[in-house]
Design a protein around this ligand. Structure first.
Ligand SMILES: Nc1nc2c(ncn2[C@H]2C[C@H](O)[C@@H](COP(=O)(O)OP(=O)(O)OP(=O)(O)O)O2)c(=O)[nH]1
Length: 194
């Protein structure tokens, strides 16, 4: 049985749409504390460590399952941004992103019997166009609080796409999980038909 160690609606939706049968169990994990312990690590390493920690946290209670953890983080000119905690935070993030290149790192890891059996990190680069205060205000009138659960303060499958001049990278990586490599790993693990 596959367990998705996540409370993310986006990750659940991706797996469901892909026809993967799974159970979702949100991880009880202090992500901020783990991130703090990784201060100075490169973004892919941070995302991988969080993905593994989420999977391990849930796997402890699911001895016979294959557990999938995932994590996404945004970096703009070396500065990391978590999900916006308020509309004001989202406004500040978007003002900062304006005219800059955003890196969105998404990682995933599989844990079986307490051991990490697979891990993968991917990055997408999104060119944020110059954003006026008026645009940001109008955008948040529509997208807050929905984007409160989204790192980068946008939903690419929704009006968030209006933030960008160009996007370079896999759509699923941006949605929050490198789905294609995950599906390959599930086939290799024998839990999806090859
Ligand atoms: N619908 C949607 N969600 C996005 C997009 N970009 C990022 N996200 C979401 C996916 C994840 O739920 C969230 C990334 O935050 P985290 O990696 O901390 O995951 P989260 O705390 O949501 O769930 P989890 O830690 O897996 O229980 O941002 C997007 O373009 N569309």
């Amino acid at each position: 049985m596959i367990v998705l160690a996540s409370g993310s609606a986006s990750r659940r939706a991706m797996l469901k749409a892909a026809g993967v049968a799974f159970t979702a169990i949100p991880p009880a994990l202090d992500e901020r504390a783990l991130e703090a312990s990784l201060e100075g690590a490169a973004p892919p390493a941070v995302a991988l460590a969080l993905a593994e920690a989420k999977a391990q946290a849930v796997a402890a209670g699911q001895p016979d399952a294959l557990v999938l953890g995932s994590d996404s983080l945004v970096v703009v000119e070396g500065q990391r941004f978590d999900k916006p905690a308020s509309r004001q935070a989202a406004e500040a993030h978007l003002s900062h992103f304006s005219g800059r290149t955003m890196e969105l790192h998404s990682a995933a890891a599989l844990v079986r019997d307490g051991a990490v059996v697979w891990r993968h990190a991917a990055v997408a680069r999104l060119q944020v166009r110059p954003l006026t205060d008026a645009f940001i205000d109008h955008y948040l009138d529509r997208e807050w609080p929905a984007i409160g659960g989204c790192v980068g303060a946008f939903r690419i499958e929704g009006p968030g796409v209006q933030l960008f001049d160009s996007v370079d990278g896999d759509h699923f990586t941006i949605l929050g999980m490198p789905l294609l490599p995950v599906l390959g790993a599930l086939r290799d693990q024998g839990v999806l038909p090859a």
